[in-house]
Design a protein around this ligand. Structure first.
Ligand SMILES: Nc1ncnc2c1ncn2[C@@H]1O[C@H](COP(=O)(O)OP(=O)(O)OP(=O)(O)O)[C@@H](O)[C@H]1O
Length: 204
């Protein structure tokens, strides 16, 4: 279970949100909505432990994430901004080095299959510099097929994706939820998921 308890977010002089609460159980998804600059990314960064809330706490399985540290990070997959890809490496090399950083092993076949499912067949060995924006995002999102994590936190996963790739991502989120995963995502697009979805609006 992921729980946000009375979160306060202050950026510079501005209070972006106050007393924000939600509770997500297995199989549930939270959609975070709001205008540009309303604090969606700030909220996601708090949920993954990259930004400290001005007040309040985030709990995972009943314990504060601050206390859980690496134990929490091992349960977490975060696809944020920037995409965190190395331009000089190929898509496959990026995924392999990402897995090594996450201290997880992966086979070449699994990487090839993840890139195929992400629609990048035939482009695995191009340096990321040579890929389009949508293709770069697909490389980043291919992580969801490789890293087996209970909690996905995805910041605007559909940005720059075409219809087919968007459907692929939504299908993968649905599959994750149906296997008892939890997801939090921001999006400006309309999104329909099969699983139970909560909606939160920041900055309103
Ligand atoms: N480190 C920082 N210092 C000061 N202000 C910041 C910092 N990071 C973000 N902000 C400000 O906080 C506000 C919210 O930013 P955030 O990125 O969370 O918005 P967002 O809702 O994700 O926006 P978008 O839809 O454009 O991605 C913005 O006004 C931004 O300028």
């Amino acid at each position: 279970m992921l729980e946000a308890i009375n979160l306060d977010c202050v950026r510079g002089e501005r209070r972006l949100f106050h007393n924000l609460c939600f509770r997500l159980k297995t199989g549930e998804c939270l959609l975070v909505r709001g205008e540009n600059g309303s604090g969606k990314t700030s909220l996601l960064r708090m949920l993954v432990g990259l930004t400290a809330p001005a007040d309040g706490a985030v709990h995972w399985q009943g314990s504060p994430i601050k206390k859980l540290g690496d134990e929490y990070r091992r349960e977490l997959l975060y696809c944020g901004h920037p995409l965190g890809l190395k331009d000089d490496l190929t898509a496959a090399e990026n995924l392999i080095s990402g897995m090594a950083l996450a201290e997880e092993s992966v086979t070449q076949d699994a990487v090839r299959e993840a890139l195929r499912q992400a629609g990048l067949q035939g482009r695995e060995h191009l340096s990321v510099r040579a890929l389009s924006q949508g293709q770069k995002r697909r490389v980043n999102l291919a992580k969801i097929l490789l890293q087996k994590r209970a909690l996905w936190v995805l910041d605007e996963p559909l940005t720059a994706l075409d219809t087919q790739a968007s459907q692929w991502v939504m299908g993968e989120i649905d599959r994750h939820l149906s296997h008892g995963g939890i997801a939090v995502l921001t999006t400006h697009q309309d999104i329909v998921l099969a699983g139970k979805t909560q909606l939160i609006r920041v900055g309103a």
